[in-house]
Design a protein around this ligand. Structure first.
Ligand code: GMT
Length: 374
């Protein structure tokens, strides 16, 4: 099949998942065309049968435009690529504005080319941004006009039906997946200069937005640090980074917290970590948690959104309500102090992650493409 994929190219779970999906589809013999305003961050180097089409956000500016009509440029590019490359499917990730631009592109093509549009809902397009009054009606409309819609967790499907209605849309749950060739455990876990010998290594990866509660990461870490030597790696960047840095100073743990900023590849750091902390307020799935688990790193997280569909509390990780810093810290310390239980939980995390292997999930997308085309 010839498949177009539109996603946010910047750091974030939806863009990461969309890119991994495109690469997997290309490995399986499909031709994949990414259409975005920049090359997706996980698209590194050449891959056979993979093409990138950049949406122009620079030229065509006109003094009349106080706000550049980027969505029209994107719809035009989707239309152009679909027609020229004879795309069978345009699979868009994150409804806003991608489901709308895909609908425009398909309308423009109508008699010329039978493009099918699939929308994958990822999270805040439904739970936050899509529910703002300026986006609600157009998001609902675009979901309902897609040829097929998927959500990355049961929680997100139910939330879409609750918030938007969309009663006639058959929203299929296709969970996120992990590439086990890249994300796999390496035992024993070596520090390799990331932390002093004898330190436990704790890791957090996110886009440091408010919803991630990054100050809670530091607070949980401070409880661990009081109990044992430990180093925290903070990977990523975003609006809450300064607050997290400030919190580390306030709690007198700044010397043991390393803010590494944005990194394109985190597998090696996850493999070396003893614990992954994600104390998020809301999460439709938690792709970062799944990738940590695949690397044999137990997750300390929250019973929020779709996370319980990924992490089994007490078996493959630890879940507490959002904001329960004390409980997360206490259970993290207990786990780190008990090497036998830690090893068992790491093994259970790997086993759980294998249920979300690319080989198990990507065929579900292929089957959906085939059903939409038939
Ligand atoms: O977080 C967002 O605003 C959107 C999105 C992104 O681009 O990172 O994240 C969502 O999609 C991921 C991939 O499906 C999920 O793993 C995240 O849980 C989800 N984020 C939220 O629901 C907050």
């Amino acid at each position: 099949m010839k498949i177009g994929i539109t996603c946010y190219p910047t750091y974030g779970g939806s863009g990461a998942l969309a890119t991994e999906l495109g690469l997997e589809l290309a490995r399986r013999g499909h031709e994949v065309h990414f259409i975005a305003y920049a090359s997706p961050f996980r698209l590194r180097g050449y891959a056979e049968r993979v093409y990138f089409h950049e949406v122009d956000t620079v030229t065509g500016r006109y003094p009349l435009f106080e706000h550049y009509p980027y969505t029209l440029a994107l719809a035009s590019k989707q239309h152009e690529v679909a027609l020229r490359e004879h795309l069978d499917i345009l699979h868009v990730h994150y409804a806003i504005p991608h489901a709308t631009t895909a609908w425009i592109a398909r309308e423009m093509l109508q008699a010329e080319w039978p493009l099918r549009v699939i929308t994958t809902l990822h999270g805040t397009d439904i739970t936050l941004v899509g529910q703002e009054s300026s986006f609600f009606a157009i998001t609902k409309f675009s979901i309902e006009r897609s040829d097929a819609v998927t959500a990355v967790s049961k929680y997100l499907r139910d939330e879409t039906l609750r918030a938007f209605g969309c009663a006639n849309s058959d929203i299929q749950v296709i969970p996120n997946f992990v590439n086990l060739e890249e994300y796999h455990p390496v035992f024993p876990k070596r520090r390799d200069g990331l932390a002093p010998e004898g330190h436990k290594l704790i890791t957090h990866v996110s886009n440091f937005r408010e919803v991630k509660r990054v100050k809670d990461v530091v607070r949980v870490f401070a409880r661990i640090r009081r109990a044992m030597p430990a180093t925290l790696l903070m990977i990523g960047d975003g609006p809450e980074r300064e607050d997290a840095e400030h919190e580390a100073r306030e709690l007198a743990v700044a010397d043991d917290v390393r803010f590494l900023g944005r990194l394109t590849s985190v597998a090696e750091l996850l493999q070396k970590s003893d614990l992954f902390v994600l104390p998020t307020q809301a999460e439709s799935f938690g792709l970062a948690a799944l990738e940590a688990m695949a690397c044999g790193t137990p997750v300390v997280s929250t019973r929020a959104g779709g996370l319980p569909e990924v992490v089994v509390d007490g078996v493959s990780g630890i879940l507490e309500p959002p904001g329960s810093v004390e409980a997360m810290g206490r259970r993290a310390v207990d786990l780190l102090r008990d090497p036998v239980r830690h090893a068992a939980m790491a093994a259970a995390a790997v086993a759980r992650a294998q249920e979300f292997a690319a080989d198990k999930v990507v065929p579900q997308y292929e089957a959906l493409y085939r059903s939409v085309l038939s």
